[in-house]
Design a binder for this molecule. Structure first.
Ligand code: SF4
Length: 203
Protein backbone atom coordinates (compact mmCIF):
# COMPACT_ATOMS: atom_id res chain seq x y z
CA UNK A 1 0.00 0.00 0.00
CA UNK A 2 1.36 3.47 -0.84
CA UNK A 3 2.23 5.95 1.91
CA UNK A 4 -0.61 8.35 1.02
CA UNK A 5 -3.20 5.59 1.43
CA UNK A 6 -1.62 4.56 4.71
CA UNK A 7 -1.76 8.16 5.92
CA UNK A 8 -5.47 8.28 5.06
CA UNK A 9 -5.97 5.12 7.09
CA UNK A 10 -4.34 6.69 10.14
CA UNK A 11 -7.22 9.16 10.24
CA UNK A 12 -9.76 6.29 10.18
CA UNK A 13 -7.94 4.55 13.03
CA UNK A 14 -7.90 7.76 15.13
CA UNK A 15 -11.60 8.30 14.38
CA UNK A 16 -12.56 4.76 15.39
CA UNK A 17 -10.79 5.22 18.73
CA UNK A 18 -12.44 8.61 19.31
CA UNK A 19 -15.87 7.09 18.64
CA UNK A 20 -15.25 4.10 20.92
CA UNK A 21 -13.82 6.22 23.75
CA UNK A 22 -16.25 9.16 23.40
CA UNK A 23 -18.55 8.14 26.27
CA UNK A 24 -15.60 7.88 28.67
CA UNK A 25 -14.08 11.18 27.57
CA UNK A 26 -17.33 13.03 28.35
CA UNK A 27 -16.21 13.22 31.98
CA UNK A 28 -12.72 14.51 31.12
CA UNK A 29 -11.40 17.53 33.00
CA UNK A 30 -9.08 18.41 30.08
CA UNK A 31 -9.44 21.99 28.93
CA UNK A 32 -7.77 24.23 26.36
CA UNK A 33 -4.72 25.84 27.95
CA UNK A 34 -3.94 22.84 30.16
CA UNK A 35 -0.75 21.36 28.82
CA UNK A 36 0.14 19.15 31.77
CA UNK A 37 0.67 16.05 29.61
CA UNK A 38 2.81 18.02 27.14
CA UNK A 39 4.90 19.93 29.69
CA UNK A 40 6.20 17.13 31.83
CA UNK A 41 6.02 14.70 28.99
CA UNK A 42 7.29 11.18 29.41
CA UNK A 43 7.86 9.22 26.25
CA UNK A 44 5.65 10.51 23.42
CA UNK A 45 5.68 7.38 21.31
CA UNK A 46 4.80 7.65 17.63
CA UNK A 47 5.06 5.45 14.56
CA UNK A 48 7.24 6.48 11.62
CA UNK A 49 4.06 6.97 9.60
CA UNK A 50 2.78 9.49 12.16
CA UNK A 51 6.27 11.02 12.08
CA UNK A 52 6.02 11.39 8.31
CA UNK A 53 2.80 13.38 8.71
CA UNK A 54 4.53 15.60 11.30
CA UNK A 55 7.60 15.99 9.06
CA UNK A 56 5.42 17.22 6.17
CA UNK A 57 3.72 19.71 8.48
CA UNK A 58 7.06 20.88 9.94
CA UNK A 59 8.47 21.43 6.46
CA UNK A 60 5.46 23.60 5.56
CA UNK A 61 6.11 26.00 8.44
CA UNK A 62 7.75 29.39 8.01
CA UNK A 63 11.54 29.22 7.96
CA UNK A 64 11.92 30.74 11.43
CA UNK A 65 9.40 28.29 12.91
CA UNK A 66 11.22 25.40 11.25
CA UNK A 67 14.47 26.51 12.87
CA UNK A 68 12.74 26.67 16.27
CA UNK A 69 11.16 23.23 15.85
CA UNK A 70 14.42 21.64 14.77
CA UNK A 71 16.20 23.20 17.74
CA UNK A 72 13.48 22.00 20.14
CA UNK A 73 13.60 18.47 18.68
CA UNK A 74 17.40 18.36 18.99
CA UNK A 75 17.22 19.58 22.61
CA UNK A 76 14.51 17.08 23.47
CA UNK A 77 16.57 14.27 21.95
CA UNK A 78 19.59 15.22 24.07
CA UNK A 79 17.54 15.51 27.27
CA UNK A 80 15.77 12.19 26.69
CA UNK A 81 19.08 10.48 26.02
CA UNK A 82 20.24 11.70 29.42
CA UNK A 83 16.98 10.53 31.02
CA UNK A 84 15.97 14.13 31.82
CA UNK A 85 12.46 15.58 31.80
CA UNK A 86 11.52 17.55 28.74
CA UNK A 87 8.49 19.41 27.43
CA UNK A 88 7.22 18.32 24.03
CA UNK A 89 9.13 20.09 21.23
CA UNK A 90 5.81 21.11 19.65
CA UNK A 91 4.44 22.82 22.75
CA UNK A 92 4.32 26.58 22.19
CA UNK A 93 4.85 29.33 24.78
CA UNK A 94 1.08 29.93 25.00
CA UNK A 95 0.69 26.23 25.93
CA UNK A 96 -0.96 25.39 22.61
CA UNK A 97 0.13 22.50 20.42
CA UNK A 98 1.81 23.58 17.18
CA UNK A 99 0.60 20.43 15.41
CA UNK A 100 -2.75 19.92 17.18
CA UNK A 101 -4.71 18.87 14.06
CA UNK A 102 -2.20 16.15 13.24
CA UNK A 103 -0.97 15.31 16.77
CA UNK A 104 0.00 11.66 17.16
CA UNK A 105 -2.08 8.99 18.86
CA UNK A 106 0.05 9.20 22.03
CA UNK A 107 -1.57 12.60 22.64
CA UNK A 108 -5.05 11.62 21.45
CA UNK A 109 -5.39 8.70 23.85
CA UNK A 110 -4.61 10.69 27.01
CA UNK A 111 -7.30 12.44 29.03
CA UNK A 112 -7.98 12.75 32.73
CA UNK A 113 -11.11 12.68 34.85
CA UNK A 114 -9.54 15.20 37.23
CA UNK A 115 -7.45 18.35 36.86
CA UNK A 116 -3.83 17.17 36.91
CA UNK A 117 -0.90 18.40 38.98
CA UNK A 118 2.35 16.95 40.35
CA UNK A 119 0.44 14.92 42.96
CA UNK A 120 -2.39 13.95 40.62
CA UNK A 121 -1.18 12.60 37.29
CA UNK A 122 -3.76 11.92 34.55
CA UNK A 123 -6.35 9.27 35.41
CA UNK A 124 -8.35 7.49 32.74
CA UNK A 125 -10.56 4.46 32.46
CA UNK A 126 -8.95 1.01 32.22
CA UNK A 127 -11.29 0.29 29.33
CA UNK A 128 -9.89 3.27 27.42
CA UNK A 129 -6.35 2.10 28.18
CA UNK A 130 -7.26 -1.27 26.62
CA UNK A 131 -8.86 0.44 23.61
CA UNK A 132 -5.70 2.54 23.20
CA UNK A 133 -3.46 -0.55 23.33
CA UNK A 134 -5.50 -2.08 20.49
CA UNK A 135 -5.29 1.16 18.52
CA UNK A 136 -1.50 1.33 18.92
CA UNK A 137 -1.26 -2.22 17.54
CA UNK A 138 -3.41 -1.20 14.57
CA UNK A 139 -1.14 1.78 13.89
CA UNK A 140 1.96 -0.41 14.08
CA UNK A 141 0.45 -3.04 11.77
CA UNK A 142 -0.49 -0.29 9.28
CA UNK A 143 3.10 0.99 9.43
CA UNK A 144 4.58 -2.48 8.98
CA UNK A 145 7.72 -1.23 7.19
CA UNK A 146 8.32 1.33 9.92
CA UNK A 147 9.23 1.75 13.56
CA UNK A 148 7.88 3.17 16.82
CA UNK A 149 9.55 5.26 19.48
CA UNK A 150 9.77 8.62 21.20
CA UNK A 151 8.83 11.55 18.96
CA UNK A 152 12.25 13.25 18.71
CA UNK A 153 13.97 9.88 18.06
CA UNK A 154 11.60 9.01 15.22
CA UNK A 155 11.87 12.53 13.77
CA UNK A 156 15.67 12.23 13.95
CA UNK A 157 15.48 8.99 11.93
CA UNK A 158 13.12 10.51 9.35
CA UNK A 159 15.40 13.50 8.86
CA UNK A 160 18.23 11.23 7.73
CA UNK A 161 17.99 11.22 3.88
CA UNK A 162 19.07 7.57 3.55
CA UNK A 163 16.51 6.33 6.05
CA UNK A 164 13.74 8.48 4.59
CA UNK A 165 14.45 7.26 1.08
CA UNK A 166 14.37 3.59 2.18
CA UNK A 167 11.19 4.17 4.16
CA UNK A 168 9.37 6.04 1.40
CA UNK A 169 10.04 3.27 -1.12
CA UNK A 170 8.41 0.80 1.27
CA UNK A 171 11.62 -1.17 1.75
CA UNK A 172 12.37 -2.62 5.14
CA UNK A 173 16.02 -2.54 6.19
CA UNK A 174 16.19 -2.64 10.00
CA UNK A 175 19.93 -3.24 9.81
CA UNK A 176 20.30 0.40 8.68
CA UNK A 177 18.93 1.66 11.99
CA UNK A 178 20.05 -1.17 14.24
CA UNK A 179 22.66 0.79 16.24
CA UNK A 180 20.40 3.81 16.91
CA UNK A 181 17.39 1.55 17.46
CA UNK A 182 19.09 -0.50 20.16
CA UNK A 183 20.22 2.51 22.18
CA UNK A 184 16.94 4.41 21.81
CA UNK A 185 14.35 1.67 22.43
CA UNK A 186 13.05 1.79 18.89
CA UNK A 187 10.46 -0.89 18.14
CA UNK A 188 10.39 -2.62 14.73
CA UNK A 189 6.69 -2.54 13.86
CA UNK A 190 6.92 -5.70 11.77
CA UNK A 191 7.91 -7.65 14.89
CA UNK A 192 4.75 -6.45 16.66
CA UNK A 193 2.68 -7.34 13.63
CA UNK A 194 4.24 -10.85 13.43
CA UNK A 195 3.74 -11.41 17.15
CA UNK A 196 0.06 -10.54 16.85
CA UNK A 197 -0.42 -12.83 13.85
CA UNK A 198 1.18 -15.69 15.80
CA UNK A 199 -1.07 -14.95 18.78
CA UNK A 200 -4.11 -15.18 16.50
CA UNK A 201 -2.91 -18.51 15.13
CA UNK A 202 -2.60 -20.16 18.56
CA UNK A 203 -6.04 -18.97 19.71
S1 SF4 B 1 2.33 16.89 20.02
FE1 SF4 B 1 1.04 18.52 20.81
S2 SF4 B 1 -0.52 17.47 22.08
FE2 SF4 B 1 1.18 16.05 21.75
S3 SF4 B 1 2.55 16.29 23.55
FE3 SF4 B 1 3.30 17.67 21.90
S4 SF4 B 1 2.32 19.66 22.32
FE4 SF4 B 1 1.19 18.09 23.46
Amino acid sequence: MCMDKKIDQIKDIYKAFETEAAAYKETAACRKGCAYCCTDAGSIDITTLEGLVILKKARSLLRLQQVKVNKALAEDLKKKEKGQRSACPFLMKNKACMIYEIRPFSCRRIYSVHVCNQDNPPMLSRKVIKMAEKTIEELQILDDTGYSGHISYIMHMLKAPKFLSTYLTGEHKPEEVMAFGKTHNIVINLNVSDLLKNKEMVK
